[in-house]
Design a binder for this molecule. Structure first.
Ligand SMILES: Cc1cc2nc3c(=O)[nH]c(=O)nc-3n(C[C@H](O)[C@H](O)[C@H](O)COP(=O)(O)O)c2cc1C
Length: 176
């Protein structure tokens, strides 16, 4: 059986992106899913002086190993001021210091959601443009606007968005 990971680019305890990533992962058939939480991979703020003085932190190596060993990635990015949330950018920067091609061509379902009407589309577009330079194999993207209205009790409650996500998951599944 294939193994996939699902996580949010967020460190919020009640992350709406983690909720969306968890739901999307539940739609993938016949895979072992590991839900990750960036709070379990605490990292100091990246800085070249810190790297030169202390080297790469263990948690960055641990996270890179997880990416290397998984068969697929479901990632939902939180949007902060039209960009990655700090916790994700920090992880991204540390990982690229170990291995620039840190997505290892693993099939990826890339998503974003937010409470507002753009559903994190700005950060999604940034990631869609950037991740391929790091060997991301983005199979599908999906954005869910108005999270509070469209997602309840662990699932999407608006049929058109749910159908859209299920189509994206089907493509992701085929690529595994
Ligand atoms: C500093 C900050 C900046 C934010 N900027 C945006 C933004 O640019 N666009 C947006 O849609 N939501 C923005 N939000 C709202 C987030 O989308 C919202 O907090 C969401 O819950 C974040 O995802 P998470 O729950 O997965 O962490 C911002 C929130 C914070 C705290």
């Amino acid at each position: 059986m294939k193994n996939i990971i699902a996580f949010a680019g967020s460190n919020s305890r009640n992350s709406i992106n983690k909720q969306l990533a968890t739901y999307a992962s539940s739609l993938v058939d016949n895979v072992n899913v590991t839900i990750l939480d960036l709070n379990d991979y605490d990292l100091p703020l990246y800085g070249i002086d810190l790297e030169n003085d202390k080297g790469i932190p263990d948690n960055a190596n641990k996270f890179l190993d997880i990416l290397k060993n998984t068969d697929g990635i479901i990632l939902s990015l939180a949007e902060h001021n039209g960009a990655y949330a700090t916790v994700f950018k920090n992880l991204f920067d540390w990982l690229t210091r170990i291995e620039a091609k840190m997505f290892f061509n693993k099939p990826m379902l890339l998503m974003a959601t937010s409470p507002g009407g753009r559903g994190g589309l700005t950060v999604l577009e940034i990631a869609k443009g950037r991740f391929p330079y790091h060997d991301a194999n983005i199979i599908e993207t999906f954005s869910l606007p108005f999270f509070g209205d469209n997602f309840k009790n662990g699932k999407i409650v608006k049929d058109d968005f749910d159908e859209q996500l299920k189509n994206s998951v089907r493509q992701f599944q085929k690529s595994l």
